[in-house]
Design a protein around this ligand. Sequence first.
Ligand SMILES: [Zn+2]
Length: 705
Amino acid sequence: MKRKITSLFVWAAALFTVVSGYAQHQDHGYFQCGTDQQQAKAFAENPQLKADWEAREAQEILRDQQDFANNYGRNERNSVSVQSPPTYIIPVVFHVIHDYGTENISDAQILDQMRILNEDFRKLNADTSSIVSQFVGIADDAEIEFRLANLDPNGNCTNGIDRIASMETYIGDDGSKLNAWPRNRYLNVWVVRTISNGAAGYAYLPGGAPTAAVDGIIIVSTYVGSIGSGNPTTGRALTHEIGHFLNLQHCWGSTNNPNVACGNDGVSDTPVTKGWTSCNLTNNAICNANISENVQNFMDYSYCYRMFSAGQCTRMRAALNNSAGQRNQLSTTTTHTATGILNNPPNTCAPKADFTPVDKRFVCEGGSVTFSDLAWNGPVTSWSWQFPGGSPSTSTSATPTVQYNTAGSYAVTLTVANAAGSNSITRAAHVVVSPITAQYSASPYTEGFESATNVTQDWVIINPQGNGWVRSTSAAATGSASMRLDNTTAMLGTIDEMMSPSLNLSAIGASSMTFKVAYAQRQTGDADKLRVLVSTDCGATWSQRYSKTGATLSTATATTAAYVPTAAQWRTETVTFTSAMQSAANVRVKFEFTSDGGNDIWIDDINLNAPTSVNAPEAGVNEFSVFPNPTNDNTMIAFNLEKQENFQIRVVDMTGREILNVFNGSMAAGNHQIPLNVNILSAGTYFIRVEMNDGRAVTQKLLVQ
Ligand SMILES: [Zn+2]
């Protein structure tokens, strides 16, 4: 389980002049680093951490000034035992946290990122040639290199790329830093799809991480490397973040956003600056007249960064000689041996098995599923698939296509191997095959979840993490049971689904479905979302027919106690079907809940009922129906006009007295639907009258509960 951090804006407001929307890197068009915010948060939560850092920083500034006076002598290099002087070599592990999407970046994209790092930190990057004359003299080689680990913390073979399937990829923060490897042996880099505060990445300064297990760098997948989903500009973001990891601040200091106030970074040879969000190489003496600011520095936001200064390089090497954050153990002989980075070339590891369906895993009888091998950690030389219930039932292809002819749920097993070893994975109930002939075809179709057997046999329930959808007898709109989603155990961002049995809508004759919902937020602002989607192709593709979020979805006030609805807290919802859905013989309806850490949601009384339809050609109106009916909440008035008409729609009571005028005007020929909320009507019997201006009329009865 993971809860939201509600104090996010409290610390920010207390410590900084925060520019509204700082975190929305997508909106600014430039790289947004979250290090200052994240570091300030850690300091605010642990004042001792801050005091220790400030004491070290004071020493560091003194040392920098002495180095500056000595023209950046590199004496510190002689004071530490490194494996292969003069270069510091740091073992790296990338943990790719993914949900089988584009964030599961390729090994090649990560190797490309390693190339960029090793160029940038050795001043081998080709664009050093365009460093402007003012800074050619101070641009320096950091003498730091990076190698992907070849041994994991247990001494097992690794290619330095660890892949973990988790919804954490959508909400990247310290809680997403899964499977941290010891920080004294590895630089941990976590790759995610998005970072929860909107930043592109963030690091902790040496000694600044709240715990050792979150020390390292988290970065959005599109900011890794220059190929694949990366690009040459954003591919420098990790250079910047490793700068922070090795004790560099932003060029303008660490107390505000760029472009706010002139500041300095504690490094003597980088001029005082406000920071840059554009590449201004000619008129950049802003803070001090005649002193050009180092727009091309990796620690600025200019997007034309291509250098560290000599003072920054010395500062980073000093960090690698300081015990703060155990950085001084990252480049020792012990570390190099333990992580296998001196293996040249690196050992080839046995692959770890993983796979995904290329586009779908829900099919109709006779449908096919194509699987894609996603093995990692080593090259694959042989594949062995098992497809119980499928044809073929085995395969040695990397991307087999399998046909499923009989309704049911089926497991898939993949074994991958190379000369170094093999690995297997099995996914139970991975392929769901729907019958060609729908399970239900009589009107009405209702499901009150009273029968546990019905739920098990009819409904496909997909709860990826936590308890998800479970049948409950703790509350019900009617009867004694309903479906509850246990949101307390759901990780933020988790999508839980429950899918109806297959329904022959053309036979049922329903143009809509009603259901009852009860939901409470945990705190005002929780944005849990319920969607209802409809598939006419056995679940391969879905169309949204209903979506409500947060307060709109709520039927009760927010509460932190586990939410159990009272009888009065159920609301009837109506989902209408398109005409294509109404004429389909095999339809699935899916309830999909996306957790935002709010409270539980409950579903009951699903009802697909053919509305009583009236044809009144003498009145120019056909297919006139009111559904759901009876109702206690919303209903829909549907009708077809033979030609354009001027008319009104009124709700009248048993005595003919007008209660509501729903519509008065003109409409074109064709099908129309008008929603009617009956909340203001007391329970009883009413009539809906469609009356043309010339007196022709047609009436339907409406029961309000
Ligand atoms: Zn930064």
